[in-house]
Each structure stands twice: as C-alpha cells, then as structure tokens.
Design a binder for this molecule. Structure first.
Ligand code: ADP
Length: 583
C-alpha cells in the first residue's frame, strides 16, 4: 500500500472530493445491508403466517427507496473519485511534459524516446487507476466488507460468521503472494512496452532509410521479436492476474459450503430462524465483491507502485545545467572564449585551449574537419552542457551569470539537424516569435533566400510542411530554419553548417544579405566550404578540438597550413566542376 502513501499529497490536495466520495461509498455499503435483512424478515413472516399486505408494501417501498438512493450515490461517487483520478493523471502528465521541455541535450542522449512515451501513457494510466479504482477497492473491501461482517455477527450469529470465514486467511496469503509476483512481472512488461514503443518510433522516423537499404524484412523481424517479447511478458502478468478472481471465488465457495452446512444445523437446533439463514447467505453473497475488490486492490496497487516509481525516478532527474544566474538583460554580443578544456559526460576531451575574442558586431568563421569540435563550440555558447566559470564571457560577464532564458533569447541558433514542425511555413518561421506580423516573416524569408520558393507553392506561406504537407528539399528546410533564426533578430546568430545544402550561388546571395542585415550584430558561421566564411572578421581553424590557425581570410592565405591547402583544393574542385559543366 506504499503507493497510497506516495500519493498522499494528492489525496490531501483533493480531500473534499475524496472525503465526499468515500462518505457516499460508506452510505452505499450501509444501504446494501438492508435488503438481505428484509428478505430474511419476510421469509420468517411467511413461515409464521404473519405477513400482511401492509407490511409487504412497507418493505417493498423501503427497498425501492434504498435502490434509488444507491443509484444516485453511486453516480456521484464515481464522478468525485474517478474525476479526481483523471485530474491526477493530467497533473502528472503536465509535470512530466514540463520536465521534458526543460531537460538538456544530455538527458535526451541518455534516454530513448519510446521509453519517455511509455511513461507518459502506460505509467500514467496505471497511476490514474490507483487513484480511482485503487481507492474504490480499498474503501469497498474495508468498509463494505467490515459493515457486512458486523451485520452478520451482530444481527445473526457470531458463531456462524466465524465458521464461514475460516477460509479467509488462505485468501489473504494467496493475494499477497500473487501481488509480489505481479509487481515483478508488471515491471518487466512495462519495460518491454517501452522498448517496443522505441522501436516503433525509430522505425517510423527512419522508414526512408530502411526502405532505401531494403531492410524492411529485417525491420519487421526485429519488430516481431520485440512484439513477441512484450506479449510474453504481458501474458506472464495476465497469468497471475487471472489467478486472482478464481482463487477468491473458490474461497467464497468454501465459505458458502460452511455457512449452509453449519447454518442448517443451527436452524435444526433452533438457534437460528430460516429467515436469518437466508439473510446470512445473502450477506455472504454481499461479501463477494469486497473480497474480489481486495484481490483487485493488490493488483492495482502493485501496478501503480511500479509506475509511480518509474515516474518519480524520471522526475527526480536533476537539471544538469544550473540556472542560478541573476542577470536578466539580454547579452549584447562581445564574446570572450577562455576555455582550457571541455569534455562531454562520456569523459573524452573534445575541446582544448580555445581562446579568442569576438567584438560585438563582428563575424566569426569556424572551419575544420568533421569532428574537430565546431558544433560543440557553438552549443557551449547556448549552455547546453556544463562548463566551468569564466570559460566563456559575454559582455564582460561570465556566461553562467546570465539567466538561461535571457542568454538563449539573445542567441539564434540554426543547427545542422534542422527541424520543421507539422505546421505552416509561416508558423515554422515565426516559431520563436509567434505574434510576428507577416511583413517581418516575409522579410526574414527574403533574407534567407527562401521567399521565391515559398511564393511558388500553391498556398504560399500557409503551406503545411512535414508529415501532413509538402515535402521540402534539404536546402529549402535549411533556409526556412535560417529565416526562423533571423526573425528573432538575435544579438548573436549562429549558423552551424547551415548552408551546406544550398548551392554556391544562393549561398553567396544569403551571405551578402546577412552582411547587410547584421552589421552591428555578432554572427558565428561554421562551414565546410571556405567560401561561406571568407568574409568573416575572424576565422578560426579547428583540428582535434584545438585552434590550429586563426586570422582573416587574407592572412590565412598567406600562411602555409590547413586553410590555404583546403582553399586551393576547393577552388580547384569548383574549377573542375565548372569546366565539367561547360563541356
Ligand atoms: P564538428 O561540428 O566539427 O563536426 P562536433 O563538435 O560535432 O564536431 O564533435 C566533436 C567531437 O565531440 C566528436 O569527436 C564527437 O564524436 C564528439 N561529440 C559530439 N557530440 C557529443 C556528445 N553529445 N556526447 C559525446 N561526444 C560528442
């Protein structure tokens, strides 16, 4: 029953609903005790020939009044208790969602999306059931069971009650044993569901790759294997689950046997009337539900506990990035990097001795081989990972002294793996500034050289992209992502290899427009094509996490080294490509 303790905060919060609901359940339980007693009295009146029409009408009237009362009360408690349970699920779902949105990159790197989805669906459902059916079964098994027992013992015969209940300890033992087994099995069934969820999510998002490599069969095989595993583990749960009811029915059967045989002997000995025996067996019938509820309670509580533990563990994951900076003003853009080293949590050093200063309004170009640390450098500016104090200083203040939201509001980051939502192009561009007027959206699109493409679509800016709409080319998506960042008009704009999928001419066009637009603002561009960064005020060349060269395009061309070699090679490649095109 630990889960009820864990949920106590919520029961307290919704105490009126729960107290009201439980009071009504109590009234229903009391109401249900009346008909068996009345049937017994009527039987005795019949036997003694004392039943009059008036008496029969009185009994009948009372029975109907009780039935109607129970109907109303049952309707209301369901709304109160089940309503509270739905509210709890909503509360936890919102809490979980808020938690997910605040988590850093590292959190998502360590976890699988399918698993997170499973938490938000199956686990929440199990907790909702605990706060609804769990409370119902707890109250009903204790209260209705208790009231019935009291009625049996005090109004009929305590001896008969004791004898009839002899098989009960067996039931307590069995349900306890099943409960423990269920807990383990349910946990592993939920894990299997998470894995299956993850597989579905991955296969659907990677469907193009799967098809392109002709891996459909293999994918189906691995899905089937996971699906079978999930079924196997759920069947293991169901096997225990299905033991509860038959076990309880069997035990009740024994109780009936004892009640009827011992009860008849009491009737013969005149210690009990026939009417009382009839009432007693009806009460025993009334005990079936509380006992079933008791078994079911174990089942629900075990599931609820497993799920609540999973959700709590997830919610307890602390933010890796401290957001305790106090500066609320948006940083203006002078950047000082004095980074000795940076490692991801995996431990290997990714950046070493990165020292440079970028004045406000300047443009920085970052080039180097793939894996040399360009993206890491950009992401550190967004504080997506933990860094030491004074590693990065913006406007003379440590980056950690800014509030995270102020810092991120100052930076427009266009990542390599751009993401467009299933919404219209206009909504995608205005993602970070939802209320932007249309001319601003269009202006951003023009600067990103995507306006002409959009104008050609039938619905223009209202065209829906993504799963439900048009499929855009990689270059178009890149430019929409750039427009999205430009619309923010950020103090610092970071284009992280964001021009890789556009052709050289369009690239040149975008760079020219950017130069004009962002005259007084800081811009960082990482690229493979050196033409993308040739205009920059400062260029740094990275290799294996360190800066191996730095300067301007002109100064770097005068030095022997990676920059000059790469520039000459790329110039030659362009020449060959053009020559090939002219032939
Ligand atoms: P670039 O942008 O120059 O291609 P990256 O900054 O992406 O380089 O990567 C630099 C190095 O850091 C690579 O060795 C890469 O494997 C490693 N790396 C990148 N992201 C992570 C991460 N999230 N966790 C651990 N290592 C990472």
């Amino acid at each position: 029953m630990k889960v009820f303790r864990q949920l106590m905060w919520y029961f307290k919060q919704e105490k009126l609903r729960y107290i009201g609901g439980i009071a009504m359940l109590a009234l229903v339980s009391l109401g249900l005790l009346v008909p068996p007693k009345m049937v017994g009295l009527i039987v005795d009146h019949i036997k003694e020939g004392t039943l009059t029409d008036k008496l029969l009408w009185q009994y009948g009237g009372l029975l109907i009044t009780i039935a109607v009362g129970i109907y109303v009360l049952r309707y209301i408690w369901r709304i109160l208790i089940f309503g509270a349970a739905v509210k709890l699920a909503m509360l936890l779902r919102n809490r979980l969602y808020e938690h997910f949105t605040k988590k850093s990159q590292e959190f998502y790197q360590k976890r699988r999306v399918g698993d997170l989805m499973a938490h938000s669906t199956n686990d929440l459902q199990a907790i909702q059931q605990t706060a609804g059916d769990g409370v119902l079964t707890l109250v009903d098994s204790l209260m209705m069971g208790g009231f019935t027992l009291i009625a049996m013992a005090s109004t009929i015969s305590w001896k008969l009650t004791l004898v009839s209940l002899l098989p009960l300890p067996v039931m307590a033992w069995a349900t306890n044993k099943y409960g423990t087994m269920l807990h383990k099995r349910f946990h592993s069934a939920q894990e299997a569901f998470s894995t299956l969820n993850d597989k579905v999510q991955e296969s659907i998002s990677g469907t193009r790759v799967i098809k392109a490599f002709g891996q459909e069969e293999e994918d189906i095989h691995s899905f089937t294997a996971l699906s079978k595993d999930a079924v196997k583990k759920n069947m293991a749960v169901a096997r225990i689950d299905s033991l509860f009811d038959p076990t309880i029915s069997l035990i009740i059967g024994f109780s009936f046997f004892l009640a009827v045989s011992y009860g008849s002997s009491l009737v013969i000995k005149n210690e009990l009337t026939i009417g009382e025996l009839v009432s007693f067996t009806s009460y025993l019938g009334l005990l079936i539900w509380p006992m079933l509820a008791f078994g079911w309670l174990f089942n629900i509580v075990e599931r609820g506990r497993a799920s609540y533990d999973r959700i709590e563990t997830l919610l307890a994951v602390e933010e890796e990035i401290d957001d305790d900076g106090l500066i609320n003003t948006i940083p203006r853009g002078k950047i000082d990097f004095q980074l000795e080293e940076f490692c991801y949590s995996a431990g290997t050093r990714v950046l070493k001795d990165i020292n440079f200063t970028l004045e406000k309004g300047q443009t920085l170009g970052v080039v180097g081989r793939t894996g040399s640390g360009k993206t890491t450098l950009c992401r550190l500016l967004l504080r997506e990972y933990h860094i030491k104090r004074d590693d990065i200083v913006i406007d003379g203040k440590d980056i950690c002294d800014y509030r995270l939201d102020a810092l991120r509001a100052a930076i427009g980051y266009v990542p390599q793996d751009h993401f467009l939502f299933s919404a219209t192009i206009a909504e995608n561009i205005a993602f970070a500034k939802i209320s932007s007027p249309f001319p601003d959206i269009k202006d951003a699109a023009e600067t990103a050289s995507i306006h002409k493409d959009i104008a050609q679509f039938k619905y223009g800016y209202e065209t829906v992209v993504g799963e439900r709409g048009v499929t855009l080319s990689g270059g178009q998506k890149q430019r929409i992502s750039i427009a999205r960042a430009l619309l923010m008009d950020p103090e610092i704009l970071i284009l992280d290899d964001s021009l890789s999928a556009v052709d050289a001419k369009t690239e040149e066009e975008i760079l020219q427009k950017l130069k004009r637009k962002r005259q007084n603002k800081t811009t960082i561009i990482t690229a493979h094509r050196l033409s993308s960064i040739a205009h920059c005020d400062l260029i740094i060349v990275m290799d294996d996490g360190s800066i191996i060269q730095s300067g301007t395009h002109q100064s770097l061309l005068c030095e022997e080294g990676w920059y000059k070699e790469t520039y000459e090679r790329q110039a030659l490649e362009t020449l060959i490509a053009q020559g090939g095109g002219n032939r």
